[in-house]
Design a protein around this ligand. Structure first.
Ligand code: BGP
Length: 473
């Protein structure tokens, strides 16, 4: 008993959090390039406030960890750890700098082709997120981001270029990273900036519907271009627990869970469930269905369900009750039974088993955990080593929980990619110091550092985990 043969062990990144080189080889500007670190970040991410100039701010993501120039070295290190898969995302503006050109940018296409070929050298299967919080600024100015249906064509055109060019090199694809984040970080997830006085739910649901239709069309296209292609959706997961056994709290936890599941229900089951229709109606919004959307959604459901898991959450029916956890965009009541990370994220390995069971019961499709990990401050010791035992402990417990879900509960799991296998820029803070990697990168919040890569203690630990297919934790 254990993980199945060919289990996809590996790590995950996103283009704007590792690549840097934002003006190299013709790349255009994207929403995520306009997210400075510091106090403005949250307001910009939620679409409350915005900036259009980059010269007034400092953005660690503009250099990130310079994966753009270090990818060979980094993939070699992943190969040394024995990675079976590497999750990365495509920067849309490397392929179409404005988003609506007729022809793609060859230099951008070549960059990813070289990465995929490099992966193959080490037997690493790429897992590609087509859209990880990424939207060309030109399309935001022209269309207002995903609130405009024209975005669907631009996205389908991008995906077609990718499927054709990388046919045979890439088999596993995810359409939109954490699609449910539209409701929490709409500028980041959908290029959405709110207009004064508008019905915000309407704006977010419009974006969501367009992304859902685009996701279905792209799923269709991927299967037509190569029937071997496997397409997944991607959910920011983490089950809600009721704060008490008061039925009101339990009901609230169901409602909170549904705000995330409604997206995946559409992508996996092929239609909006009744509770979602009511949720939208109650907020005086409507889904902007065009002719044939119902069929497009119905006929093109995903092959597998991928998700990120960092923590469980807690719901209380009383809005004034309980302290909210910090630094987490999903507000949650603090769970007194759990430890908390340096960034206020609560640590709940059993919650991963619970979440896996819940998702598997709901969809009965293979699961793929594509993000999980501990953001922590790492310290370089005098002898140059990094003793990240806290990270090993976090991952160890989560892998054990995942093993239980597979062995004890029969959940069908395809693979596991830890988040930020190499240190990268945090999505929440826009900074470097929240590190997740097995590989340390010498770079700080202010842009100092040599970009030197250093193996942490967890590097050899994860190598052993992979070599024993999760037997030896
Ligand atoms: C997810 C995103 C990632 C990643 C991760 C960790 O929501 O998909 O891009 O950044 O969270 O979050 P943070 O970087 O804020 O620690």
């Amino acid at each position: 008993m254990g993980f199945k043969e060919g289990f996809l062990w590996g790590g995950a990144t996103a283009a704007n959090q590792v690549e840097g080189g934002i003006f190299e080889d013709g790349r255009g500007l994207a929403n995520v390039d306009l997210m400075p670190h510091g106090t403005d970040r949250y307001a910009i991410g939620t679409g409350e406030k915005w900036i259009d100039r980059i010269d007034d701010h400092y953005f660690p993501s503009h250099q990130a960890v310079d994966f753009y120039h270090h990818y060979k070295e980094d993939i070699a290190l992943m190969g040394e750890m024995g990675f079976k898969t590497f999750r990365l995302s495509i920067a849309w503006t490397r392929i179409f700098p404005l988003g609506d050109e007729l022809e793609p940018n060859e230099k951008g296409l070549l960059f990813y082709e070289n990465i995929f070929k490099e992966c193959k050298k080490y037997g690493i299967e790429p897992l590609v997120t087509i859209n990880h919080f990424d939207c060309p600024m030109h399309l935001i100015h022209k269309f207002g981001g995903w609130r405009n249906r024209e975005m669907i064509d631009c996205f389908v055109k991008l995906a077609k270029v990718l499927f054709e060019r990388y046919n045979g090199l890439v088999k596993y694809w995810l359409t939109f990273n954490e699609i449910n984040m539209i409701l929490h970080f709409p500028f980041v997830a959908a290029g959405l900036r709110f207009k004064e006085g508008e019905n915000r739910t309407q704006a977010m649901i419009t974006c969501a519907h367009h992304e859902l239709v685009a996701s279905a069309l792209v799923t269709k296209l991927a299967h037509e271009i190569n029937p071997e292609n496997m397409i997944g959706c991607m959910l920011a997961a983490g089950s809600y627990y009721p704060e008490t056994c008061n039925p009101e709290d339990y009901w609230k936890s169901i409602c909170d869970d549904r705000e995330s599941y409604m997206f995946i229900d559409v992508q996996s089951r092929g239609y909006y469930p009744n509770y979602a229709l009511k949720w939208i109606e109650k907020r005086n919004a409507e889904i902007p269905f065009a002719e044939n959307d119902v069929n497009i959604l119905k006929e093109n459901t995903v092959d597998f369900i991928s998700f990120s898991y960092y923590s469980s959450r807690v719901s209380s029916a009383n809005p004034d009750k309980g302290k909210q956890t910090e630094s987490n965009i999903f507000a949650s009541v603090v769970n007194p039974y759990l430890d908390t990370s340096d960034w206020g994220w609560q640590i709940d390995p059993l919650g991963l088993r619970i979440t896996m069971n819940e998702i598997y019961d709901r969809y009965q499709k293979p699961l793929f955990i594509v993000e999980n990990g501990l953001g922590a401050k790492d310290k370089i010791e005098e002898d140059g080593s990094i003793q990240d035992d806290y990270r090993i402990e976090y991952l160890n417990k989560h892998i054990q929980a995942m093993k239980d879900a597979v062995n004890e509960d029969g959940v069908d799991l395809m693979g596991y990619t830890t988040w930020g296998c190499i240190d990268l820029i945090s999505n929440g803070t826009g900074e470097m110091e929240k590190r997740y990697g097995f590989i340390y990168v010498d770079r700080d919040n202010d842009g100092h550092g040599t970009f030197k890569r250093i193996k942490k203690k967890s590097f050899d630990w994860y190598k052993k985990v992979i070599a024993t297919n999760g037997e030896d934790l």
